[in-house]
Design a protein around this ligand. Structure first.
Ligand code: RNT
Ligand code: ZN
Length: 416
């Protein structure tokens, strides 16, 4: 049977339970995901800043990591050919591009240092997102926006403001709003003597950054919380309660990274709670294995559950999606592609579920039937709809996309 014939059968099977696969495909192809640039070079950036700090870690030494802006952009392009639809690129402040080799310090970065990213995005008709880099820098060793040293704290406030200016520039130039995500690693390895002080300083620093004034239609500032980091096991200033309270009181967007909670907590359960109170929320989609290990996203239960929450609550325009993981032990292009496609497969699965009927079963306490249907739906021919979607988006649906990555590894990556 041809792919088209398989799709026709799938279409009919879904139609029988009231699902329009055409509508699902169309919707899916218009969901942008912000793909993180930092999978391509293990969060190194272009400042030669040496070791990755901030309690995050990449492990592995797979050959072929991007070493230059050109290599990174070429790799992003390659990955995008294997991901259906149009997406965004998420850039970190440490990925400024310095023509003359003269690197601007973090408080002195300017739009011009990111002009090549804008050129890249414009040529592809896509948007850019941005992140201040509050790690991998000598002044980040004892805290950034919480630092008790006022001079150092002021340096990092200036960094935040510089990043807002760059985000505005991204939005104006590309025509897409720019999400600017603030995450700081600040915290302590061992039990602190003062938990409030750093949090009060963090609050004050954020207020000072936001006070710079910016167009809220162009830049969505988000704040990402975290429970712990390596070497910061006992306390992080930007905890969930802090970040949520800050975001809701200041009218910025809360960002949840699903690697940043205690292992039995799930972001899929938090999405609806936040949707009650926030016009928009943002996600960093990752996969933690025992800790915030940033493994490549899979088509697993929690990713599917998160996407279900977005789709069945009609929140596709309220939940901003981004990937965030970094595996240096496998081919990095494949890592991007597998993670992005896993999010998309989860979205498609969610779009192909009879949510109204399932909700009705819940509301009428028909829990046996609900359980039955939730399980049976899993074996519907999702793959045939996925393949059709990929074909329409001019990309490959099945595993043969990997041949392209293998060729690229042979022709390009292995020569680095
Ligand atoms: C770290 C956070 C943060 C980073 C990026 C590189 O735990 O998840 O989002 O991964 O800023
Ligand atoms: Zn994150």
């Amino acid at each position: 049977m041809t792919q088209k014939e398989l799709y026709q059968i799938a279409k009919e099977r879904y139609a029988a339970i009231g699902i329009d696969t055409e509508a699902a495909i169309e919707k899916m192809l218009n969901i942008p995901i912000s793909m993180h640039c930092w999978q391509g070079d293990d969060v190194k950036g272009f400042e030669n800043s040496g070791e990755l700090t901030g309690g995050i870690q990449t492990t592995g030494n797979y050959p072929g990591a991007a070493r230059t802006p050109d290599e990174l952009m070429q790799d992003i392009d390659k990955a995008f050919t294997l991901v259906p639809g149009k997406h965004k690129v998420n850039v970190h402040a440490c990925y400024g591009i310095y023509e003359d080799g003269k690197i601007a310090d973090r408080d002195a970065i300017k739009p011009e240092h990111f002009a090549k990213w804008v050129e890249f995005a414009k040529a592809r008709g896509i948007g850019l997102d941005f992140n201040p880099t509050y790690f991998s820098h000598p002044l980040a060793e004892n805290g950034t926006l919480t630092n008790p040293n006022e001079e150092i704290r002021a340096f990092w406030i200036r960094h935040g403001i510089a990043c807002i200016r760059i985000s505005e520039y991204f939005a104006r130039e590309t025509g897409f709003p720019c999400l600017m995500n603030i995450w700081i690693p600040d915290g302590f390895k061992d039990i602190p003597a003062d938990r409030l002080g750093p949090r009060m300083r963090f609050m004050d620093s954020l207020d000072k950054i936001l006070a710079c004034g910016y167009d809220k239609e162009l830049v969505y500032v988000t704040l990402e919380s975290k429970v712990f980091g390596i070497g910061l096991e006992s306390y992080t200033a930007g905890s969930a309660e802090f970040a949520l309270s800050y975001a809701t009181t200041r009218g910025i967007v809360p960002l949840m990274d699903n690697g940043h909670y205690h292992p039995t907590e799930v972001v899929s359960d938090k999405i609806s709670a936040l949707l009650c109170f926030n016009p928009k929320i943002a996600l960093h989609i990752t996969r933690g294995v025992r800790w915030d290990s940033d493994h490549v996203v899979r088509f697993d239960d929690e990713t599917q559950e998160m996407m279900k929450e977005i789709v069945r609550n009609n929140a596709l325009d309220r939940v901003i999606l981004a990937t965030d993981y970094f595996d240096a032990s496998i081919n990095r292009i494949a890592a991007w592609v597998i993670g992005m496609r896993s999010v998309q497969k989860s979205l498609l699965a969610a779009l192909l579920m009879p949510h109204e009927r399932l909700k009705q079963l819940q509301d009428t306490q028909s829990f046996t039937e609900l359980l039955m249907l939730q399980e049976e739906i899993k074996l519907y021919p999702l793959g045939d709809v996925w393949n059709e979607l990929c074909a329409r988006a001019d990309t490959i649906g099945d595993e043969s996309w990997f041949n392209i990555v293998k060729d690229y590894e042979k022709d390009v990556l292995s020569k680095r």
